[in-house]
Design a protein around this ligand. Structure first.
Ligand code: NAD
Length: 410
């Protein structure tokens, strides 16, 4: 049944086998976001609508549904994450969000973590590639073209932890001593790191499926299994188990004696610390990455920094039944409300959303216009380089839209 809060004139996106079936007038939820959200969301909405209009000439159009979260929600409803927001997102299934402040203290969970857990958005997907004209610390940034699949629901992000000196920590210290003969400092804070076969396998399965469908070259399982054998090591082992389901489509690196056969995806694994060296020294050797939550968090930012930082790195949080696309950076409070932040991360997240909706032409127009603006030296303050022109958030959006009208771009 359609919620009373949903606007008329739009239809729900449907999911089948994890893929979206998109009507011509889909309902898409948006969360403006805190801080610079109020600058980058309007810019993103404008270029997304322009790309769809240019690609489909009115035949297709997004019907936006605003859902409240963060400070705007707190002001209007008294709650940072009102139940209505989760209800609407569950119903609409596809959404895009700006950054949200994590309220400090008071035992309030990160809103982002809460959203991912409540909607079981188990895969955090972050493609990172280089746009010519952006400064990079690498000699060959053009070699960077990686897609990170980060497990999104467990690991130390599960929020199972107790402070030093608490009754719960004391109970665990005593239980570990009595039941398992393990002694730890009684004043330790304690956190639990659960890694399950179910969550690990569905993440790796999704990463390998994507690699095959998108004709990528390899999937690297990244883990710290040499130290954390039954969590990180198990993630690797379960990953290889899943790889064995894709007979005839993948090949294990350890079975290769030369270059991989044409068309097969190579499955390999690397220990996390080594992987941080690898992505700096040999970025071209890595393609799709599947990893646990904390490794994925660190690795995503590190790889994004190789190609100009988080201002240009898009992200998606996916389940088999829902998808929330998001800027990967935070609220950058110092820049909020000044019309100067880089909207690129949220715009490229919108392009990912259009692609996932099957609106590939619009996705290409949006991404092409962004790449062209940057190549032409039209950039926000964070990407300024000699010879480039610094523009505001809204000017950047206008520059993209003028490039969409230029038939050369698409
Ligand atoms: P941040 O990403 O907001 O800022 C880090 C640095 O990058 C700052 O120097 C900032 O000015 C710059 N920056 C970030 N986005 C930019 C953009 N689009 N254009 C230009 N410069 C940009 O990280 P932080 O300062 O650690 O966090 C601030 C708040 O954001 C915190 O409340 C944090 O919890 C929250 N946060 C939210 C998300 C999310 O919603 N997904 C992610 C990270 C942090």
């Amino acid at each position: 049944m359609m919620s009373e809060t949903l606007p008329g004139g739009g239809d729900l996106v449907e999911f089948g086998s994890g893929k979206m079936r998109t009507p011509d007038h889909p309902l898409i939820a948006f969360i403006e976001g805190d801080g610079i959200g109020r600058d980058i969301w309007p810019a993103t909405k404008a270029v997304t609508e322009a790309a769809v209009e240019r690609a489909y000439e009115g035949r297709r159009k997004i019907v936006w549904v605003e859902v409240l979260a963060g400070e705007k929600a707190k002001e209007r409803t008294g709650s940072y994450l009102p139940p209505a927001t989760l209800d609407t997102l569950r119903q609409v299934k596809v959404g895009i969000k700006g950054p949200l402040t994590t309220p400090v203290g008071g035992g309030i969970r990160s809103l982002n973590v809460a959203l991912r857990q409540e909607l079981d958005l188990y895969a955090c997907v972050r493609p990172v590639r280089y746009y010519p004209g952006v400064s990079s610390p690498l000699q060959h940034p053009e070699q960077v073209d990686m897609v990170i699949y980060r497990e999104n629901t467990e690991d130390v992000y599960a929020g199972i932890e107790w402070p030093s000196g608490s009754a719960e920590a004391a109970l665990l210290v005593a239980t570990l001593k009595e039941r398992l003969g393990v002694s730890i400092d009684p004043l330790s804070g304690i956190g639990i790191k659960p890694i399950s076969p179910g969550a690990s396998k569905r993440l790796v399965r999704r990463a390998i499926t994507y690699a095959i469908e998108a004709h990528r070259r390899s999937v690297t399982l990244v883990h710290k299994g040499n130290i954390q054998k039954f969590t990180e090591g198990a993630f690797r082992d379960w990953g290889y188990e899943v790889a064995s389901e894709f007979k005839g489509q993948v090949v294990l690196e350890q079975d290769l004696s030369g270059p991989p056969p044409e068309g097969l995806v190579v499955i390999k694994d690397r220990i996390a610390d080594n992987m941080f060296q690898q992505v700096l020294l040999h970025p071209g050797a890595y393609d799709v990455i599947a990893t646990t939550n904390l490794n994925g968090d660190y690795l995503s930012d590190a790889i994004a920094a190789e190609v100009g930082g988080i201002g240009l790195a898009p992200g998606a949080n996916l389940s088999d039944q829902a998808a929330v696309f998001e800027a990967t950076h935070g609220t950058a409070p110092r820049h909020a409300g000044k019309d100067e932040a880089n909207p690129g991360s949220l715009m490229l997240s919108a392009a990912m959303m259009l692609e996932a909706m099957g609106w590939t032409e619009a996705a290409k127009l949006l991404e092409g216009a962004l790449a062209q603006s940057i190549a032409d030296g039209i950039v926000t303050y964070d990407l300024v380089r000699p010879g480039a022109t610094k523009v505001s958030t809204s000017e950047f959006a206008r520059s993209m839209m003028s490039r969409m009208q230029n038939k050369g771009v698409s």
